[in-house]
Design a protein around this ligand. Structure first.
Ligand code: GLC
Length: 377
């Protein structure tokens, strides 16, 4: 336990930038600010009882535009990989900021009203600009899901066998043909538009968390409406998981059973569905592995325990799965997720992601969100 807490603290301390108020995920591999990473850092700082929780969460909004949009990256030096702007990305990332703020509030700290206003403006933007007529929210590039090379994108990329290089080429190609508005925000794509189960679940959960911070109001209803749209349109009764929906392009890969399919349990009103999805987190035939939750079941043809988004365990997803099990009161399962997540963090030396069978660290080591291990007590 001491190792977990001391290790988590060390990971964040070593990349902390006092002048900017945040941690780059890894100073060498990821030398900018990433939105959902910083939200997870805030959650980890909060678990460590450190007031930088609020500082890092607030820093996420330094790059918010007047219309509410929060970019998925803020650059520390000029960059144009992710859209026309040299200072920030043109894309978004899953909205974890409301949950981070709610966690800070639950631990007894006061979340300033202006910060809650900025969170609300960010969600307003999402609901206004990225809601499909079906009621689901959509993304226009795989980067926006946070799960860059997920097998769920395979039908778009058109690969029989996973190849990281081809994925990178496809990402660059999609970035070239994304439609950007006059503020250099990505608004549409003629080739890739998707309503991912996980993204929608995180957004609905954000709405629920904001409703708690704001004591009810419109956000509770928005959360319920989005959860209902997910239940109506994305639930796959055979797999007992929520699948993605392709809006432009895509194909059968939207239904590949990845961990994304369980996060509907964060928001659904259907306790039976939640329990059928969540029980797969404790099932060794599905996502339960000795070191954290595998991103896809080892029996899946696409499973590769070492490859980026093709099977390894991810600490931020373990954490959100843990939150979902706690919501449903499955304490035995949440304790087991906590145990294997800590085991993975320690074995991998707080890696970006790790082999779920052996705990061997993969990707950047250490990575800021490895510090989420500090949450589990
Ligand atoms: C990778 C991940 C993304 C994350 C970023 C920084 O691109 O796919 O989710 O935000 O790294 O850690």
């Amino acid at each position: 336990m001491t190792d977990v807490l001391a290790g988590s603290r060390a990971v964040l301390e070593q990349s902390w930038r006092r002048s900017d108020g945040f941690c780059p995920p890894n100073t060498r591999v990821y030398p900018h600010q990433w939105l959902w990473d910083s939200c997870f850092h805030a959650i980890a700082w909060n678990a460590l009882g450190d007031e930088r929780a609020l500082v890092e969460l607030t820093s996420c909004f330094d790059s918010q535009l007047r219309n509410g949009f929060v970019p998925h990256m803020r650059y520390l030096f000029p960059n144009s990989d992710r859209g026309p702007s040299q200072t920030r990305s043109s894309y978004l990332q899953p909205p974890i900021y409301a949950h981070a703020a709610a966690m800070i509030a639950r631990s007894g700290r006061v979340v300033p009203e202006p910060l809650i206003d900025r969170i609300e403006a960010a969600l307003e933007w999402l609901w206004r600009e990225r809601r499909h007529e079906s009621g689901l929210l959509y993304i226009v590039h795989p980067w926006e899901s946070g799960a860059d090379d997920s097998p769920r994108w395979d039908s778009w990329v058109g690969l029989a066998d996973y190849d990281r290089g081809r994925f990178r080429e496809y990402d660059a190609h999609l970035r070239e043909q994304t439609q950007f508005d006059e503020d250099a925000i990505a608004v549409w794509s003629a080739e890739f538009v998707a309503a991912p189960a996980a993204f929608n679940a995180f957004a609905a959960h954000a709405a629920l968390e904001l409703a708690e911070l704001r004591s009810g109001g419109a956000w509770a209803a928005r959360a319920a409406d989005l959860a209902a749209a997910m239940d109506n349109l994305l639930w796959d009764d055979g797999d007992a998981l929520w699948r993605d929906q392709a809006i432009v392009g895509g194909g059968p890969s939207v239904a590949i059973p990845t961990l994304d399919g369980v996060f509907g349990a964060l928001v659904t009103a259907d306790a039976d569905r939640a329990s059928r999805a969540l029980s797969q987190l404790g099932d060794p035939e599905r996502f339960a592995t000795p070191y954290g939750l595998a991103y896809l079941p080892p029996s899946e043809p696409a499973f590769d325990p070492d490859a980026y988004w093709r099977g390894p365990a991810w600490p931020q997803l373990n954490y959100l799965a843990y939150v979902a099990t706690e919501r449903h009161g499955d304490l035995a399962l949440s304790a087991e997720i906590a145990r294997i997540s800590k085991a993975g963090a320690l074995a991998s030396e707080f890696a970006e992601f790790w082999n779920p069978l052996t705990g061997a660290g993969r990707g950047a080591i250490p990575q800021g969100w490895g510090a989420l291990a500090a949450v589990y007590r």
